[in-house]
Design a protein around this ligand. Structure first.
Ligand SMILES: Cc1ncc(C[n+]2csc(CCOP(=O)(O)OP(=O)(O)O)c2C)c(N)n1
Ligand SMILES: [Mg+2]
Length: 647
């Protein structure tokens, strides 16, 4: 049984104590004999030679439970995590947090939080990223001192860039005289969080249990206040392991979540006037929908104005087939707009300008001079300087600081007040034109999708059409796509808040597989069919994620978009070679994943996951998908390796 869940009660530790003592003599036979060997050596008057054997004996299970304490700081930490309603603790086990680990599984009954065993710290953080975007609340992860944190860093960076809350923790041994020689020294630091301070929203290293309680609650609050982000707590091993000495004085503070800030009402009223007066207003959104309400509020504003929406899809902001969703002709709309209203944009400049980096790096403005640009979002409220995730400075006419989802009802209300019968008919006519353009776009997408329909390797469009045919009547949730796979958003009907949850944030490859699993974990509770498309290059960073999927029985259909290359980089290299007129003969060096080809289905099976492939013939896709989906619906993860046309 992977996850033994025991009921939680206050006498658990005492109960377990006696149970362990009774069981020790039989269950721990091997360690007893190991210790006996050592004792024998000493009796014979010979000191056991120092070296690996002695070390091994030292780290073996004790021959009997010393039972010298009735509580640990870790128990109290578990109590704190329980008040925060944290469902999971994702981790790769390690001695620097063995105190908390033991408290979670015994004192806490491995529930709230339940441990997720991850073979890499990057998996733990990325699972948290995917989970929080789907479930609307953070999970916790913990990593081993400096080395675990070093592994966790890139995923923390993605999470930071994506403005997603994850409660990150790490073990440390603060006092020098308490560290064992060797690993405990090289894994300790005076300031472990220094390595991630530029891309976490807040961090602390509590020095008492009361300090932990207050910092954990504060960390949760900071992480979940927009703009959200990961936070980091370094936990001293002594604090976790030693008995609680002052139980009566300890207090867990109440969490009061901050109400997301609404934009200034006068500014929203001015924006409403601008929007109602505009001929061709365009709404652009990126990370608007924090909760299911965000999607409904976006639809309400767009329908009230009957104007075009460009969805950058950082979250599930707008239904894909809505007649006002004009995402795939975004550039043309930006160039025609007289008003652009951009919400929760990650990179506004990139949405309003085109930049080429192939010959010489050059850019051009897409919008007309004189176009009024208004922003609304929490992005400007909190920034850091070192990492450049804020993008190029974009001039705007009105910048309203506030959470877009929270501000939309007041804005839409103001807009509605300003619309008279004359405006209404103008807006309806505008909406009709947009609906016609949308129909044409959908038809174009369908016809584009047929290009190379029977080709082998399989086209991305064919793959997406085959997948949709199998899932469209299910309660599906797409939680990841490989780079440039825009077909689902062009062809599929996304109209529910959980049918999409955005992308990596920091474009750090290695996100897709573990973050998809985190989202699948959230979906499991709701009985949704989770699916994700991931690149072969992405897969290679953390394939062990599949073991976590199998171990924790997390259903997910994972489709490897296998172009046998780091294809984006392959194309960049070709562009560089072309620039020098040197031909593309050598550009597969360092960019392809061939010789040997990876058999992802076999890899999956090795991790205990159902695997099919490699699939080369598009006609084999349907039956393979059917089998894999049946497996997923039975509660298991499944992988399909599809060999793809690189385009
Ligand atoms: C951690 C990290 N390493 C390298 C890169 C550079 N990079 C960008 S896209 C890409 C290729 C990823 O391969 P795959 O997932 O197979 O996608 P494909 O380009 O083949 O569609 C790489 C290596 C990156 N963004 N992040
Ligand atoms: Mg690839």
């Amino acid at each position: 049984m992977p996850n033994q869940r025991r009921g939680f009660d206050s006498d658990r530790r005492n109960f377990l104590k006696s149970a362990t003592v009774i069981g020790a003599a039989t269950a721990l036979a091997a360690p007893v004999s190991a210790n006996a060997q050592l004792a024998g050596a000493t009796r014979r008057g010979k000191a056991a030679p120092p070296g690996p054997k002695l070390a091994a004996v030292e780290t073996m299970l004790p021959s009997k439970d010393p039972v010298n304490q009735t509580s640990s700081g870790g128990d109290f930490m578990v109590d704190v995590l329980k008040t925060l309603d944290i469902d999971y603790l994702a981790m790769n086990c390690a001695s620097s947090f063995r105190g908390l680990h033991e408290a979670v599984v015994n004192y806490g009954g491995n529930t709230k939080p339940e441990i997720l065993t991850c073979p890499h710290e990057e998996i733990a953080v990325h699972m948290g990223q995917g989970y929080a975007k789907m479930e609307g609340k953070p999970l916790a992860m913990i990593c081993h001192g400096v080395v675990g944190l070093q592994h966790a860093t890139m995923a923390m960076y993605n999470t930071w860039c994506d403005r997603v809350p994850v409660i990150c923790m790490g073990g440390n041994i603060i006092e020098a005289d308490k560290r064992r020689p060797g690993a405990e020294w090289v894994h300790s630091a005076i300031d472990p969080a220094a390595i991630v301070r530029d891309f976490v929203k807040w961090d602390d290293q509590p020095t008492s249990l009361q300090h932990f309680a207050e910092s954990a609650v504060r960390a949760y609050k900071i992480a979940t206040t927009p703009p959200m982000g990961p936070v980091m707590l370094s936990l001293d091993a002594e604090l976790q392991e030693n008995p609680i000495t002052d139980a009566e004085s300890l207090r867990i503070p109440k969490l009061s979540k901050a109400i997301p800030p609404q934009g200034d009402s006068a500014a929203l009223a001015e924006l409403a006037k601008i929007l109602v007066a505009a001929q061709n207003p365009v709404l652009i959104c990126d990370r608007v929908a924090r909760t299911p309400a965000g999607l409904a509020r976006m639809v309400d504003l767009a329908e009230t104005l009957q104007c075009a929406v460009i969805d950058n899809a950082g979250r599930m902001n707008f239904p894909s087939r809505h007649s006002l969703n004009q995402t795939f002709r975004g550039r043309a709309l930006v160039s025609q707009a007289d008003v652009i209203f951009a919400m929760e944009m990650n990179e506004l400049w990139g949405a309003l300008n085109a930049m080429s980096d192939r010959i010489l790096r050059s850019s051009r403005q897409l919008y007309k001079n004189g176009t009024k640009i208004v922003t609304l979002g929490s992005r400007d409220l909190y920034m850091k300087s070192n990492y450049q995730d804020f993008g190029r400075y974009q001039e705007v006419d009105l910048a309203i600081a506030g959470d877009a989802e929270a501000s939309l009802p007041a804005l839409t209300e103001q807009v509605k007040r300003l619309i008279d019968a004359g405006k209404k008919s103008v807006f309806e006519a505008r909406g009709k034109k947009l609906a016609t353009a949308k129909l044409a776009m959908v038809e174009q997408a369908k016809s584009d999708a047929t290009i190379g329909w029977d080709a082998s390797p399989i086209t991305t469009a064919r793959l997406c059409a085959e997948v949709y045919a199998q899932i469209k009547d299910e309660d599906w949730s797409l939680v990841g796509t490989s780079i440039r796979l825009s077909w689902p958003h062009r062809l599929w009907n996304f109209d529910k808040s959980y049918q999409w949850n955005g992308v990596s944030g920091g474009s750090g490859v290695g996100y897709n597989l573990p973050a998809s699993l985190g989202a699948a974990l959230a979906n499991k509770r709701h009985g949704r069919l989770t699916l994700s498309f991931g690149g072969d290059g992405d897969f290679m960073f953390a394939p062990g994620t599949l073991w976590t999927a199998a171990h924790h029985r997390i259903p997910m259909l994972y489709i490897v978009h296998n172009n046998r290359a780091y294809h984006q980089e392959y194309m960049y290299l070709q562009a560089m070679a072309a620039r020098h007129g040197r031909g593309i003969t050598n550009t597969s060096i360092g960019t392809t994943i061939q010789d040997p080809n990876v058999d992802y289905a076999t890899v999956a099976r090795g991790f205990g996951v159902y695997g099919e492939g490699p699939i080369n013939d598009p006609n084999d896709l349907g039956p393979a998908l059917k089998r894999a989906i049946a497996m997923v619906k039975s509660g298991q993860p499944a992988l399909i390796d599809v060999v793809m046309d690189p385009r």
